[in-house]
Design a protein around this ligand. Structure first.
Ligand SMILES: [Zn+2]
Length: 76
């Protein structure tokens, strides 16, 4: 079985050799999410997109201070 790393969640669409488009759903396992497809003998392992990229994108003008975003603390 081969392993493919994906950034999609929660379902992985892929194509089989015969042209079928097959969807498999990721399941939580120890260490992360993964899904296996017996049709093409492939294991799909979910890998988060780069964590730092997300925070910088949200607030390009502020330093990346942890706890600055998404806490809801500012909405009094
Ligand atoms: Zn497959």
């Amino acid at each position: 079985m081969r392993t493919v790393y994906v950034a999609e969640y929660p379902a992985i669409q892929h194509r089989h050799r015969n042209g079928d488009i097959v969807t498999v759903r990721l399941k939580r396992r120890a260490g992360g999410y993964s899904a296996s497809c017996s049709g093409c003998d492939t294991e799909f392992v979910y890998r988060k997109p780069g964590a730092s990229r997300i925070q910088h994108h949200k607030s390009p003008l502020l330093p990346p201070v942890k706890g600055n975003f998404d806490t809801g603390d500012d909405e009094h």
